[in-house]
Ligand binder design. Structure first.
Ligand code: NAD
Ligand code: UDP
Length: 310
């Protein structure tokens, strides 16, 4: 198949491109390089089945493809809050453009949605039926509400135009190729620990997240895309929940750092807890994360260690 990956030069997108190429597909990677990097796609840049197009999804584009993975959108709060209006445009106009293409060429399209659609959840763990608890006017709203509109657009193009859609609600994902200054907790704490700098924990660190290793997530995205007839949103994440403070302790163990923890103010609307209910993914396509946090963290620490030594 010929497959379009928007946001393909980003963290998740680059692993997805690689996995699709490994299976013998032709891959078109479309990215404006806002939070992605050429170095992420360097390993397969010379593969004749791979093509890179520098383009912004907010602008229309004509391509003939069989499948579209729509991942274009900065994922780190630091990046998506840098230009919040652009984040909304990317999620709304970008998704409309990709859905228009899917409709025209009859391609199946998967939208990378997020656990952020649940906001600061009052139901725990979060099943797909939960409608969420989102601040529509806060610092995170450009992303949370942007992704919620993207989901709405997907469902409406499906109901109105019979577009063959998939919606993946991705929970916190980590691994190699996250950028050093990405601003997310995994890269921040590992890089700080390796540099011997204080590890910044926001708030008292009692807030929780559930971290999914990149290979598990990519496998889940592909299984969802290739499953017939699943048009409703599906959670993809690792259900093992940890507090941010205990995550910092794990980073300390894995890096052997002498870094202390420095507590900093909690950003506004920071969700208190987050953990996916993955019963749907298990039932629909037998997906289960396999990489434990200890192993995934080891691989990620080794990646950043190499990078910092270069
Ligand atoms: P990332 O920032 O590394 O990658 C996003 C990519 O999209 C970058 O390469 C960026 O340059 C590109 N991009 C941004 N705006 C664009 C635009 N207007 N036009 C074209 N390209 C654009 O982030 P990631 O972690 O790889 O996330 C990928 C997708 O998965 C995003 O849609 C994100 O919302 C979603 N997601 C990620 C996580 C996570 O934990 N990583 C969790 C939930 C959802
Ligand atoms: N966080 C932290 N230190 C950092 C970066 C983030 O304590 O250096 C916290 C952040 O406040 C949040 C959690 O870690 O509670 C996860 O943050 P991240 O930005 O990785 O993802 P998200 O908030 O979108 O889940």
């Amino acid at each position: 198949m010929r497959i379009l990956v928007t946001g393909g030069a980003g963290f998740i997108g680059s692993f997805l491109c690689e996995s699709l190429l490994d299976e013998g597909h032709e891959v078109i990677c479309l990215d404006n390089l806002f939070s992605g990097f050429r170095r992420n796609i360097q390993p397969f840049r010379t593969n004749p089945s791979f093509e890179f197009i520098r383009h912004d999804v907010v602008e229309p584009i004509l391509l003939e493809v069989d499948q579209i993975y729509n991942l274009a959108c900065p994922a780190s709060p630091v990046h998506y809050q840098y230009n919040p209006v652009k984040t909304v445009k990317t999620n709304v106009m970008g998704t409309i453009n990709m859905l228009g293409m899917a409709k025209r060429v009859k391609a199946r399209i998967l939208q990378a949605s997020t656990s952020e659609v649940y906001g600061d959840p009052q139901v725990h763990p979060q099943p797909e039926e939960y409608w969420g608890h989102v601040n529509p006017v806060g610092a995170r709203s450009c992303y949370d509400e942007g992704k919620r509109v993207a989901e709405t657009l997907m469902m409406d193009y499906h109901r109105q135009n019979a577009v063959d859609i998939r919606i993946a609600r991705i929970f916190n994902t980590y691994g190699p190729r996250m950028s050093i200054d990405d601003g997310r907790v995994v890269s921040n704490l590992i890089v700080q620990a390796l540099r011997g700098e204080p590890m910044t924990v926001y708030g008292d660190g009692s807030q929780t997240r559930s971290f999914c290793y990149i290979s598990d997530l990519v496998r889940g995205l592909r299984m969802l895309m290739d499953q017939e007839g699943v048009h409703r949103p599906v959670n993809l994440g690792n259900p093992v929940e940890v507090s941010i403070l205990s995550f910092a302790e794990r980073v300390r163990e894995q890096t052997g750092t002498g870094s202390q923890i420095r507590f900093e103010p909690l950003p506004s609307d920071d969700p208190v807890r987050r953990r996916p209910d993955i019963a749907q993914a298990r039932k629909l396509f037998d997906w289960e994360p396999e990489v434990e946090l200890k192993k995934g963290l080891r691989l990620t620490v080794d990646y950043f260690d190499d990078l910092l030594r270069k």
